[in-house]
Design a protein around this ligand. Structure first.
Ligand SMILES: [Zn+2]
Length: 485
């Protein structure tokens, strides 16, 4: 039995010792759905017990929040911190963590991060401000490096504050970067564009010859982060797929790039090691299962079919399927939560990096998600916003084609109209409807994605799949190819 198997065995025992199932049954998130199964919940033990329970989906979470009081959902009297995920289905998903949750997750993360870094490192983090979990949790959790006796220096900025913080960065010279990949590329691009202008402005103001020369030089040779942050050596990237951005980040920032993955609704996540082949999933505070592709296909044909999952420790190398997470959060444990990410098991054996945990590759989403940079929207949001009553026309069908313009995703919306009274006004109405949605607005107004085209096409034909469902989101086959700036 490998070290990891042993740890997993302890986890399974923990499920019984902590009465996880019994406790969770009290939450409105699980109670009625589990009751309907007719199972004797109190008698369920270990993994066998867990595996009989129904899966939990993002829409279960949403419905529970809409129809219950917070007190009926959470399992603790108080909460330490409320996190928010950007909510791919639109409505906000709030995730409560207690201080115990925060300490557990932080301890695990700090230990992992210190396998990349040393206490001499200074980490630049460009992350979204509270209450977004993707932004707030990393630097809060990294404070645990202090408790471990190996404190890291953290320079955390929200994207909008980065420019104001530049002076400090020039002085403290960060050695590592934690950021979303597309934003790190954007920083590189903006430094290249803005440095000559800034130097020129300063040269004018201060009338210094040296600055004039520098400004002239930067016009000939582009300045990138690697020319400014010369001590930077490592980048850890999460929030979106690293692969399309890996090469350009390594080139322009002068770093070795590592991929990281976290479940927004649940605990823990995965980390790439020096092998750069899949991510280790240590799952220190939970267990992972995989629903194999074959089972997913059966479910697609018959939506009432309940697909069987395999425990990660029992999965074979090469297996492809959807990830299911059960975690031991105190305030609101996630039990069999389907994260809708497809993964491939790369290896369950020991790794040359000595990190004991299986490696998985994240392949992409299993549902119709529209990638808009760090923001992702479910196609049902578009459906709601586009199928409304408009003054100048009506939508019969729609499709979004996602391609790239430099590092930004570019969305091309094609509409098959039922009728159009005035094309220009209709397009304006459609755009305004999308723009009225806060996440779309935030992404559009901050240039996170490109959206400059709505096409009208009477002959739009959507690709069909499963039981007559039509594919409304299509990706350019080159979408995951390395980006250039
Ligand atoms: Zn490894």
């Amino acid at each position: 039995m490998s070290e990891f198997d042993k740890m997993y065995k302890t986890h399974i025992e923990h499920i019984d010792q902590s009465n996880l199932i019994k406790r969770a049954y009290k939450s409105a998130l699980y109670h009625d759905r589990w009751k309907k199964t007719g199972l004797d919940i109190d008698s369920l033990k270990g993994y066998k017990g867990i595996s009989q329970l129904p899966y939990t989906s993002a829409s279960d979470l949403r419905d529970t929040w809409e129809n219950n009081t917070v007190e009926d959902i959470i399992l603790t009297e108080t909460v330490g911190f409320w996190y928010n995920t950007s909510g791919s289905m639109g409505n906000k998903k709030w995730i409560p963590w207690t201080y115990n949750d925060y300490n557990k997750a932080g301890g695990a993360l700090a230990e992992i991060i210190m396998s990349y870094l040393t206490p001499q490192d200074r980490v630049l983090m460009v992350v979204l401000p509270p209450p977004f979990i993707s932004g707030t949790s990393p630097f809060k959790l990294l404070e645990n490096t202090g408790k471990m006796g190996t404190p890291l220096e953290i320079l955390a900025f929200s994207p909008s504050y980065l420019q104001d913080g530049f002076g400090l960065l020039m002085k403290r010279k960060p050695t590592a970067l934690i950021c979303t990949p597309s934003f790190a590329v954007r920083i590189a691009d903006e430094i290249a564009i803005n440095t000559p202008k800034l130097l020129e402005a300063r040269a004018k103001q201060e009338n210094k010859k040296l600055l004039k020369v520098a400004a002239a030089v930067t016009k000939l040779k582009k300045i990138y982060p690697k020319n400014i942050f010369k001590e930077m050596k490592i980048g850890i990237f999460g929030g979106e797929k690293l692969d399309p951005f890996r090469k350009i980040l390594e080139d322009k920032w002068g770093i070795e790039a590592f991929d990281a993955y976290a479940f927004t609704e649940g605990f823990s996540g995965g980390f790439e090691c020096s092998e750069h082949n899949g991510l280790h999933f240590p799952s220190r505070n939970g267990i992972l299962e995989i629903i194999p592709e074959k089972e997913l296909q059966k479910e697609e044909k018959d939506p009432t079919y309940k697909p069987e999952a395999i425990l990660l420790t029992e999965a074979e190398e090469g297996l492809i399927g959807e990830l299911v997470v059960t975690d031991f959060k105190e305030a609101m444990p996630m039990i069999r939560y389907r994260v809708h990410d497809r993964v491939k098991v790369i290896s369950t054996a020991d790794c040359t990096c000595n990190f004991v945990a299986p490696r998985l590759k994240i392949l992409g989403r299993t549902d119709g998600i529209i990638n808009m940079g760090v923001i992702r929207l479910h196609h049902l949001i578009f459906e709601q916003l586009l199928m409304k009553e408009f003054k100048f026309g009506k939508v019969e069908q729609w499709e979004v084609f996602v391609t790239r313009e430099k590092y930004r995703p570019k969305l091309v919306l094609t509409i098959k109209p039922e009728f159009v009274k005035n094309e220009e006004d209709f397009k304006k109405e459609l755009f305004e409807s999308l723009h009225s949605f806060d996440l779309f607005q935030r992404g559009y107004d901050n240039d996170l994605f490109v959206f400059d085209e709505i096409k009208l096409d009477d002959n739009l034909k959507l690709e069909l799949y499963g039981q007559g469902k039509s594919k409304k989101v299509r990706y350019d086959p080159d979408f995951d190819k390395p980006v250039k700036i």
